[in-house]
Design a protein around this ligand. Structure first.
Ligand code: 3H9
Length: 694
């Protein structure tokens, strides 16, 4: 029984107990209806407390029911039933009161919350809007501006702020249940204060249009926020019941949208990546004391990520000067966290005096539980570092490399303890980016893998397991679609058009703006490294080499594909003649590409390589690829990731695109056998997301 009704004196107690997060499944909704009836019929009860067992108040509707046929009773009816009761109900909140959970509380007649409770309406992050009265009840409690902010930003409001806004009546100091019972005693016998009876704030169309325009600029392509603004403001001009009907209609429309399907796929995929059969039930090793080798951008970022998570960090540099520089970088990054309000200044001081130190001697790592190497990307250098670590690290220490493409098996061979070696591929800036590829080498021990995942959890990052290959999941796929993009530029497309077409598709940045940000030297050095393995038919982006040779290294030199006078990127008229010259030298007659073709080629290349990455086990499932591309490569979340996008577009259409492109270049374009097999069997990539034994 997920919902129970009991009574203590003259106070009825309705308890929801549906682990892990008390989601409002059909059984909970039915249970709440029955409990409301029981309370109404209980003549001994003059008020009730509605509370939740476990770690949190209701965190929302049961998302796993979305996309399936809806089952009665529907949540708005359940909340209406509670609100319509003629005896007061006090909602006692703790943990996270989110979505339908907060809406349930808004339908109660009073709200009290434990001090660390957080409340919000995050539905827009799932491509939805609050569909159980949130668009109509919240503005009646907190006013229009605050309601629109909370609904469109999806932010979680802390309890004290919620009390100041009028969202809740009280913050409970001390025991929540006792405080809720006391409030119920106080209200017992009084008529219930129904939120729906409060006057609606006036809504101004002009204000709504300004907000919608701001949201369209900030979140291009996303529809839920736009519909939410219209639903809040449109509904407030109507009587409550009609406002609710309008909300319901808008919610249903969004429920049927591909964006909703994509965003909910992303939600569950980000949780599924942590479920690995190979480490189920395996305890991780300790990871309180960490070591970082190398204090460049990456090493310092990793150190700061660990420090912000409360870990102890010793950072090793080659000499005192480099160590002082690394110390400075770490201090600057921490200062940034203080400025952004993420870290108290006193905590920063404490971290710097107690938890962080630099050293030039590997011996300082003798007690470290986990050591991450972030030195120059060269196998020789890494082998030396790991041989040295092997000499000083304590038995059982996890030895991790942050390489972004090198063979982790070879790095492990440099030690006498390959079972302790793993790849932990952070993304730059490491203290900000949420993705962590956990690269499992042939002999990595399961508890070392479990420690990689435990570290990610501690750092509040999303870990995805990857197999060993050049570039692992993300960079391998990137280098393939990047080749397709560069080939288009060789054949006549402008880098600016490519960037525009792909940002219009929804990417956070275009590939050439990304090159400028990363520095053109990075791509140049990669091409040099791979030059010996190059096939005569590989298309080399000679224009990128030319830019590098001209010292146009991107943002850091003020000029790359774009010019950066005053910091903002501007198209550079000198680029077109340079490209024309390169094409003439190569004997290419340039042609035009439509934006649609740019997207089709980029996506076909991405999906094709991703299918190979899944087929050879580098990624466990298609969903692992999606999580990597969403969190490390700026893929639009509302498209769900390349694998989800491929299913939505149809594998047949992608195959026919690849066949068409292969007719021109059958060296680059080879259909991944997995795509052909799935299409022939009428199956989708999502069919591979289920059980895996790896
Ligand atoms: C809504 O409410 C619509 C209404 O307006 C209208 C309806 C008519 N449902 O994240 P965690 C699972 S839309 C089902 O790892 P944490 C999750 O999959 C909803 N399952 O823990 C995971 O399962 P597993 C609006 C859910 O402590 C487990 O719980 N609400 C739901 O890091 C633990 O989750 C939201 O969008 C759910 N609603 O974070 C809130 N929520 O262990 C979504 C969680 O098998 N949830 N699960 O992988 C969250 O933001 C976080 O889960 C929360 C806990 C902050 C609650």
């Amino acid at each position: 029984m997920p919902v129970t009704y009991t009574r203590q004196g003259r106070i009825g107690i309705i308890t929801i107990d549906n682990p892990p997060v008390n989601a409002l499944s059909q059984a909970v909704r039915a249970g709440l209806m029955a409990a409301a009836d029981a309370f109404a019929a209980d003549d001994g009860a003059e008020a009730a407390v509605l509370c939740c067992a476990g770690r949190t108040w209701v965190a929302g509707a049961d998302i796993s029911e979305f996309g399936k046929p809806p089952a009665q009773p529907f949540l708005p009816e359940v909340i209406d039933r509670i609100e319509a009761l003629d005896k007061p109900v006090v909602a006692a909140l703790h943990g996270t009161a989110l979505g339908g959970g907060l809406e349930l509380a808004l339908g109660a007649h009073a709200r009290i919350a434990a001090p660390d409770t957080r409340m919000g309406l995050p539905e827009v992050t799932l491509g939805l809007l609050p569909g159980a009265g949130g668009t109509q009840r919240l503005p009646r409690l907190v006013g229009l501006e605050a309601a629109l902010d909370i609904i469109t930003s999806a932010r979680q409001v802390p309890a004290r702020q919620a009390a100041d806004l009028g969202m809740i009546d009280q913050v409970a100091d001390g025991d929540l249940t006792a405080a809720a019972m006391a409030l119920a005693e106080e209200l017992a016998g009084q008529p219930p204060r129904r939120t729906c009876d409060r006057p609606a704030p006036a809504a101004e169309d002009a204000q709504a249009e300004v907000l919608k325009a701001q949201l369209a600029r900030k979140l291009p392509g996303q529809i839920a926020q736009q519909v939410a603004v219209d639903t809040v403001t449109g509904g407030l001009a109507l009587p409550f019941a009609q406002g609710m009907a309008q909300e319901r209609a808008a919610f249903r429309r969004l429920m049927d949208s591909p964006q909703r399907a994509a965003l909910i796929h992303a939600f569950f995929a980000e949780r599924a990546v942590a479920h690995l059969p190979r480490i189920k039930g395996i305890a991780s090793r300790p990871l309180d004391r960490t070591g970082v080798i190398g204090g460049g951008t990456m090493g310092a970022g990793i150190a700061v990520a660990c420090l912000l998570a409360g870990l102890d960090v010793t950072l090793i540099e080659r000499d005192a000067e480099a160590a002082a520089k690394a110390q400075g970088t770490v201090e600057t990054l921490l200062e940034g966290a203080v400025k952004r309000g993420k870290l108290a200044a006193t905590r920063r001081d404490e971290i710097l005096s107690v938890a962080f130190r630099t050293d030039t001697d590997y011996a300082a790592l003798a007690q470290a539980d986990l050591i991450v190497e972030a030195v120059f990307e060269s196998m020789e250098v890494k082998e030396q570092v790991f041989a040295a670590l092997d000499r000083v690290a304590k038995p059982g220490a996890v030895l991790a490399t942050n390489t972004s493409y090198l063979n982790v098996n070879r790095i492990a061979d440099a030690t006498s303890r390959p079972a302790d070696v793993i790849g932990l591929h952070f993304f730059s800036p490491a203290h900000v980016m949420r993705l962590l590829e956990v690269v499992v080498a042939d002999r990595t021990a399961p508890e070392v893998v479990a420690t990689g995942f435990a570290l990610a959890k501690r750092l509040k990052k999303i870990a995805v397991r990857a197999g060993v290959c050049d570039g692992f999941i993300g960079n391998r796929i990137l280098s393939h679609y990047r080749a397709a993009v560069d080939a288009m530029v060789l054949d006549g497309a402008s880098p600016y058009q490519v960037d525009r077409a792909l940002t219009d598709f929804g990417f956070a940045m275009g590939p050439y703006a990304v090159s400028d940000l990363a520095g053109l030297d990075i791509g140049y050095l990669t091409r040099q490294r791979k030059a010996a393995d190059r096939h005569p038919r590989d298309r080399v982006p000679v224009f990128a080499d030319r830019l590098y040779e001209l010292g146009r290294l991107g943002r850091k030199s003020g000029r790359g594909y774009y010019r950066y006078e005053g910091g903002t990127p501007q198209e550079d008229p000198e680029l077109a003649p340079l490209l024309d010259q390169v094409r003439a030298d190569l004997g290419i007659s340039p042609r035009n590409f439509s934006d649609e073709e740019i997207v089709a080629r980029t996506m076909a290349a991405m999906v094709n390589e991703a299918a190979r990455v899944v087929a050879d086990g580098t990624a466990l499932r298609p969903l692992d690829v999606d999580v990597v591309m969403l969190n490390g490569y700026g893929f639009p979340r509302w498209r769900g990731g390349p694998m989800h996008w491929a299913d939505a577009r149809g594998l047949d259409r992608i195959l026919s695109d690849i066949d068409r492109f292969a007719a021109e270049d059958d060296h680059f374009w080879h259909t991944a056998p997995l795509l052909r097999e799935l299409a022939a069997q009428g199956r989708s990539l999502a069919d591979l997301n289920g059980g895996t034994s790896a």
